[in-house]
Design a protein around this ligand. Sequence first.
Ligand SMILES: Nc1ncnc2c1ncn2[C@@H]1O[C@H](COP(=O)(O)OP(=O)(O)OP(=O)(O)O)[C@@H](O)[C@H]1O
Ligand SMILES: [Mg+2]
Length: 502
Amino acid sequence: MLELLAISKSFPGVKALDAVSLQFQPGQIHALVGENGAGKSTAIKIIAGIYQPDAGQIIYNGQPLHFRNYRDSLERGIDIVNQEIQVIPNASVAENIMLDKMITRGRSGIIRWRAVNTVAERYMKMVDLRVHPATKMRALSAAQKQLAQIAKALAADARVLLLDEPTSCLTEHEAGNLFHILRQLKSDGRTIIFVSHKFEEVFALCDKVSVLRDGKCVGTRDIAGLSRDELIRMMIGRECVAERFGRLDADHTREALRVDHLTRAGKANDISFTLYHGEILGFYGLVGSGRTELARILIGEDQPDTGTICVKAQPTRIRSVADALGRCRIGYVTENRKEEGLFLKSPVCTNITVTIWRNIINAFTRRISRPKETAAAQSMVRDLSIRTTGLGQHVEDLSGGNQQKVSLAKWLAADCDILIIDEPTVGVDVGAKEQIHRLIWDLAKVRGKSIILISSDMPEIIKLASRILVFKDQRIIGQVDGVDDGSKPYEQISTAIGEHLA
Ligand SMILES: Nc1ncnc2c1ncn2[C@@H]1O[C@H](COP(=O)(O)OP(=O)(O)OP(=O)(O)O)[C@@H](O)[C@H]1O
Ligand SMILES: [Mg+2]
C-alpha cells in the first residue's frame, strides 16, 4: 500500500499542498480530482520524486520513502505517465521503453539491438502499440506516446502507475483502449492513480476518488454509490448547472467569413461554409478530423492550394497570423497552449496583453502604457478567475487549467471580430468550464462577435453552438441546423451528429 502522510508543499506565494494524507490500495484505480490549481499534479509529482515535499512522509509497503529524484521512485516501482517529461524524441520507441535495461552482450557492454527490439515488442504488444520498435519516438501520435510510456512502466515492472490527465489529447477510441489496458493492470494488482477532469471517465473507470480543494484533501469516497452532483459539490463547494443558454441572434444577412471550396493537400478537402455575424459555428469531429488544419489556413499559418476566403464579403488572401489579426481581425485560441499559445517564461500580464500592445502604446513616447496594460490584464484575471499569485507570476508556474485560461484571456483582450476557439476547455475544471462557456456565449450574444468553436466535447458544442458542422477526414460531412433555437432536445442533436459520423 502507498500512503501519503500530512504532505505539504509550497511554491513562492502558494501552498500547493497543505498536510494532505491519502491512501492508495493495490488492485485499485484511484481518481484524484479537484479544481484547477487544487494541487493534483503537485501531489503526483511528489509521489514520482520530481518534487520533494516540505513536510510529511510517503510510506510504501510499510517503509518511509525519500526520493531525491524521479529515478529513485522508478527504482522503487513507481512510474509516471505524463505528457511533459521523460520522452526522448530522437530515440526509437524500443530505446525509450528499454532505457533502464539495455540488453548487452556479456561484459563487452555492446548493446544487442535485436534483443532490445524483441523484448520491447513484448511490452508494446501488452499495451497494443502497433508500430515498429525502431520507429522514432517523435513520429508517434500523442496516444501512441502514452502507450509507449505505459509500456516503459511495464518494462520497469512498475507497481504504482501515475497518470496525470492521460486522455486530454486522445480520441474516444484511443481513450477506450487505454482504459482497457488500465483495467488489466489493475486486475494484475497494481496501484493506479488517475488525475482527470472528466467525470464520465472517473465514474466508468475508477474504484475510489479523492477530492483536493485549495491544497487540502476534502475527502475520499468509493465510486460505487457516489453521485455526480455529490462529487461536484465536494470539488467546488456548490452545485453546478449545465443547461443550454438559448438562442443567439446570428444575423444571416451579414457574412463574417465565407469559405468556398478551400483545399490544401492532406489538410483540407473542398471546404465550403459561411460564418455569420453574432454566430457560434461549431466544428465537431474527432481529434484528427481536420478542424485544426482548417483553422491554420484561416489564420494565414498555411496557404490553401485552391479555393477562396472572404472576410466581411471581401475576397482576401490571409498572408500570416499578424495579417489575420491586424487586417482581418481574426484571432485563434490554440488548443496547443504549451507549444504555440503562451510565452511560458513570461509573466501572466505580458501573456494577456501581448495581442493589444499596439493599442496601448503611447503615441508620443512609443512606450507601452503600464497602467493600461495592468488594468487590461487585471480585468481578464478577474473575469476568468485565473488563479495566480499576481500578474507577475510566470505562466509556466500556473496549473494546467489556469494556463488554458490565460491563453483564452489573451485573445479575448485582443477584441477580434472573428474568433476561432480550439478546444477551449480541455484540462479545465467543471466550475471554470461553466465560466468559459458563459464567456464565449456572451462574446457572440452581447458583443456580436462571430465565433468558430472547435470541440470534441459533444455536450459543450451543443450547449454553445447555433449550427454544427461535422468533420471527418479533412471534409465537412454533415451539418446540424437550429441547435440554439430550442426546437430540438439534446438527444436529437447528438443523434443527428452521430448519424453523420456513422
Ligand atoms: N513549479 C511551480 N512553481 C510555482 N508554483 C507552482 C509550481 N507548480 C505548481 N504551482 C502552483 O501550485 C498550485 C497547484 O498546482 P497544480 O499544478 O498541482 O494544480 P492541479 O490541481 O494539477 O491543477 P490543473 O487541474 O489546472 O492541472 C497552483 O497554484 C500552481 O500555480
Ligand atoms: Mg495539473
